[in-house]
Design a protein around this ligand. Structure first.
Ligand code: ATP
Length: 229
């Protein structure tokens, strides 16, 4: 299990996140909040892309380090694939970076593309795909290393309803294999539909965190979001 403890980060005079603590148990955890709430900054600290000013991230009780984070799959907000590389080549390249054997990464890459109805695009350049399809490739890249944990920054943004469903099915499948998932979103309704747990952020602070049932029962999610928008 991942545990975020007291993360704090400022950029100059801007306090991006302040003493953030929450757990990511098994299943799907939604990370909700409006623009500038601090979701991306928190995820970057979880992934080691940014160093916190204070606080720590634990994985199964141990402070995370480079080795532990190698087991985390990540879909960054800025995406970060190579637009002029072929789709499957790119997935295999990242698979190898994560220590997979090339043939196995290729097999899994083709299977992922088939799921997304993109098998016939495997030799096309990434930038010839629609943005929604590029996002599917980005998910394939995040999971190709067989991660122990998945951190996804706005994985559903810009997807049509069918793509949302196939993305959600894929994520549930990883959950079922024992991979906990933390994903950020602006779309509270989607998060409430998909997630077992939620953490709500507003202006750099956690304003609600826990199981969906307990938060819905107490009416905390909507109330807190309303208060802060
Ligand atoms: P969004 O959904 O709009 O991406 P977010 O919840 O992911 O928002 P962050 O991107 O983490 O929020 O931003 C939190 C705050 O930190 C914002 O005020 C933002 O302007 C500021 N911030 C984030 N990154 C930087 C940076 N590299 N330099 C300066 N300020 C930053």
């Amino acid at each position: 299990m991942l545990s975020v403890q007291g993360l704090t980060k400022s950029f100059g005079n801007t306090r991006a996140v302040q003493d953030i603590s929450f757990d990511v148990p098994a299943g799907m955890t939604g990370f909700v909040g409006g623009n500038g709430a601090g979701k991306t900054t928190t995820m970057r600290m979880i992934m080691g892309v940014l160093s916190p000013d204070a606080g720590q991230v634990l994985w199964n009780g141990s402070p995370t380090n480079r080795e532990i984070r190698r087991g985390f799959g990540y879909m960054p907000e800025e995406r970060g694939l190579y637009p002029r590389q072929k789709v499957l080549e790119q997935i295999v390249y990242f698979g190898k970076l994560f220590g997979r054997d090339g043939a196995a990464a290729k097999r899994d890459g083709i299977e992922l593309l088939e799921r997304f109805n993109l098998a016939d695009r495997q030799d096309d350049m990434l930038d010839s795909l629609s943005l929604g399809n590029q996002q599917r490739v980005q998910i394939a890249v995040a999971v190709i290393g067989r991660p122990d944990f998945l951190v996804l920054d706005e994985p559903f943004s810009g997807l049509d309803p069918d793509a949302v469903d196939s993305m959600a099915d894929l994520l549930r499948e990883y959950n079922a294999r024992g991979v906990p998932i933390l994903f950020s979103s602006h779309q509270l309704e989607l998060v409430e539909r998909l997630c077992d747990n939620l953490t709500v952020l507003s202006r750099g602070r956690v304003v609600a965190s826990g199981s969906r049932e307990s938060l819905q029962r107490s009416g905390r999610i909507r109330h807190r979001l309303r208060m802060n928008t």
